[in-house]
Ligand binder design. Structure first.
Ligand code: ZN
Length: 311
């Protein structure tokens, strides 16, 4: 089962609507390419479980330019297509990048890069809503016949169980050192080396660690402000938060994994209660927590979200 459901919709109809929105000679040229593009769509569907098997593209020169123009120039049919792509994001997490869960999605990655396969520029199932960072880190490298650098959110069989692990080295004065890694045990149907490659290509260890160290500080303040001084209370609170996040975003959401690691970290559970903050400091702590909380991030994106256009 993929992380996201493949995009539903009539790919032929979407392509034709985009071509009809073009003018003059470009529209005529694209019309003459339609049957070739659709044959390539069929090949994509045939190899969707292993897209490394896609044969090399033969679209070159002006054909390549015309195919890429379908994506590079915003039109109403293209906007409709993007809306369909975004609609596959889980209702509970429509704003977050499905690859990292750290940031809001704000771009579309062409899984089979359009610089290598221009004919898939506007194939809905080739578009992955994700954050700029993940898009940038994935890049355009693609070697025909070689294992793909990043897992596919639609077609790879993602494990349903937790495969992400975290450990926390906590010092009340120095703060937390958080380490994320992949579990050594089974990864379901995805070979471990592919999973590891995905993790490394997107630099998820470093990105999760940075976000985690900041979040630990926020959770320590949160526990103090809520008066949880007993270690059992703290542990229960952290487990509950971890469970709620896992239910909403999946068992491998970085923050859920982190909270379970904190619940197992004796140094964190036994850390002294923070002294009451002065009024100004309290406001600062509130802002800090607010920036880290999922809800405030959702609110921020509700203002800033737009259909991005990178890659
Ligand atoms: Zn991301």
């Amino acid at each position: 089962m993929g992380l996201l459901q493949p995009v539903n919709g009539n790919e032929r109809q979407s392509l034709k609507a985009i071509i009809e929105s073009k003018n003059g000679p470009r529209r005529a040229r694209l019309k003459s390419l339609t049957s070739r593009i659709l044959r390539r769509y069929k090949l994509y569907a045939k190899h969707s479980s292993d897209l490394a098997l896609l044969s090399r593209s033969k679209f070159q020169g002006i054909e390549r330019e015309d195919c890429e123009h379908c994506y590079h120039h915003e039109t109403t049919p293209l906007s409709h297509l993007k809306e369909k792509v975004v609609a596959v994001l889980p209702a509970s997490s429509t704003l977050f990048c499905p690859l990292c869960g750290l940031s809001f999605w704000d771009t579309f990655d062409h899984f089979a890069p359009k610089s290598v396969f221009p004919e898939f520029s506007v194939l809905p199932k080739n578009l992955v809503p994700c954050c700029w960072k993940c898009n940038h880190l994935k890049g355009d490298s693609w070697l025909v016949g070689q294992p793909l650098p990043v897992l596919n959110v639609y077609f790879d069989k993602w494990p349903q169980k937790r495969f992400l692990e975290a450990s926390v080295d906590f010092d009340p004065n120095a703060g937390a050192l958080v380490t994320f890694s992949l579990a050594r045990k089974s990864f379901g149907r995805i070979p471990r080396d592919r999973h590891q490659k995905h993790f490394e290509r997107l630099k998820l260890d470093r990105r999760f660690a940075a976000a985690g160290a900041s979040a630990v500080d926020g959770y320590r303040r949160s526990l103090s402000h809520q008066g949880y001084s007993d270690r059992r209370e703290r542990k229960r609170y952290l487990r509950q938060e971890a469970g709620a996040l896992a239910e909403k975003h999946g068992p491998n959401h970085w923050e859920s994994v982190l909270l379970d690691a904190l619940a197992d970290c004796d140094a964190f559970l036994d850390s002294p209660k923070l002294s009451p903050l002065a009024r100004g400091q309290r406001r600062k702590a509130f802002i800090h927590l607010g920036e880290n909380s999922l809800e405030s991030r959702v609110k921020a994106l509700a203002v800033a979200s737009d259909l991005g256009n990178v890659s």
